[in-house]
Design a protein around this ligand. Structure first.
Ligand SMILES: *Cc1c(COP(=O)(O)O)cnc(C)c1O
Length: 372
């Protein structure tokens, strides 16, 4: 699905040198590379505070801890996402409330969101799924009306721009009270191991979170709050510092590949290409098609047999996962997610994808659809 090796080859001399420098410096944890990366990412995102941490899942958990969410608080998130989002809600003994998504963008449905708000609701966690922003203006409005926090899960959309109706443009993850991301190798800004970060413009929250990632210490060996150990190591920060200046080019390469697929599938009635909302750019973490009257699982198998990578993101809605099933959930409230899990298929998309490769992928898919 991704070609990390070819991407590495293009920056190999810089990476190899920097990684060896870090080893020679012996500053493996919290070294100058981490500080510099933090500054450079703050600059790129135009956000006051970036707090690096161990991974994207930790980032979500720490953001929720930092906001002081407590047992019994209801946290609303989308039914159609990677499980990390709901997992941390459950781990913190908060109450996850899952809502359906929009059929075109796969992001949180605003009407569904409004319906599940109760006096116990404390936060909304929009996930900018597959690389485009959820409807943040509508989400912020709901949050304001009900005095709720907004935590943006930006693991799949770092670099995406959100345009407000007054023309203001903000980077994904810097719009709500707090944003989180992941630097997992296959993410749009990936390191060579695990990594993550939390973003906020709130000085007090940033201070609380900076201690929380480091055992709740604000002064060495004085533990003021319950924290965790979640660090971005210097080697990963060094890799990210080299890759960050290429992030916009990486996003552009993905967009071009997506447009090329879109054109190739335009004539096929059985395929719906990804739809991008007007208020957001799309950084195409995934390129996900919706199929109509096509045996999706057979196509998935056929492509794999032909050596063409593809994946089902996601095959089971969160509300039906064993770990998160709950008798309160009613199937009629998850019509779109229930349909998507049966009809979507994601194709290879990455910064090194070549038109010739895409031509083969497209041809194989169209042939399958014609003959089945
Ligand atoms: C990848 C991902 C995460 C978790 O990131 P890790 O770094 O793997 O912990 C969280 N949310 C979403 C939507 C993701 O895609």
């Amino acid at each position: 699905m991704v070609d990390l090796h070819s991407q590495y080859e293009k920056i190999q001399p810089q990476i190899d040198k920097k990684v060896i420098d870090v080893i020679r410096s012996s500053a493996f944890i919290n070294g100058p590379e981490v500080k510099s990366f933090q500054k450079e990412l703050e600059e790129y995102l135009q956000v006051k505070h970036v707090i690096p941490c161990g991974n994207g899942t930790d980032a979500l958990q720490i953001a929720m801890m930092g906001l002081g969410l407590e047992q019994g608080d209801e946290i609303i998130t989308a039914d159609f996402t990677f499980a990390a989002t709901v997992e941390v809600i459950a781990i913190l003994k908060l109450t996850p409330i899952l809502v359906d998504v929009e059929k075109d963008t796969f992001n949180m449905d605003i009407e569904a969101l409004k319906k599940v708000i109760t006096p116990k609701t404390k936060a909304i966690v929009p996930v900018h799924l597959f690389g485009q922003c959820a409807n943040m203006e509508a989400i912020l409005k709901v949050a304001k009306e009900h005095n709720l926090y907004v935590i943006e899960d930006t693991a799949q959309a770092i670099g995406a721009d959100y345009t407000f109706s007054d023309g203001t443009v903000k980077k994904a993850g810097t719009i709500g009270n707090v944003g989180t991301t992941s630097f997992f190798p296959s993410k749009n800004l990936g390191c060579y191991g695990d990594g993550g970060a939390i973003f906020t413009n709130d000085d007090d929250l940033a201070h609380v979170i900076r201690g929380m990632v480091n055992h709740g210490m604000y002064k060495r060996y004085y533990h003021d709050v319950i924290g965790v150990n979640s660090r971005l190591d210097s080697m990963q920060a060094a890799v990210l510092r080299i890759k960050l200046p290429y992030l916009d080019d990486y996003c552009k390469a993905r967009l071009e590949a997506a447009n090329y697929y879109n054109e190739a599938f335009a004539e096929c009635d059985q395929i719906t290409s990804p739809v991008t909302s007007d208020f957001t750019t799309h950084v195409f973490h995934q390129y996900t098609l919706k199929l109509k009257n096509v045996d999706r699982n057979a196509l998935n198998k056929y492509l794999l047999e032909k050596g063409i990578p593809n994946a089902i993101y996601y095959p089971v809605p969160l509300h039906l996962q064993k770990a998160y099933a709950d008798s309160r959930y009613k199937e009629e409230n998850f019509k779109i997610t229930n349909e998507l899990v049966e009809t979507v298929i994601s194709l290879p998309i990455h910064t090194e994808l070549e038109k010739e490769q895409q031509d083969i992928i497209v041809k194989t898919i169209l042939e399958f659809i014609k003959t089945n």
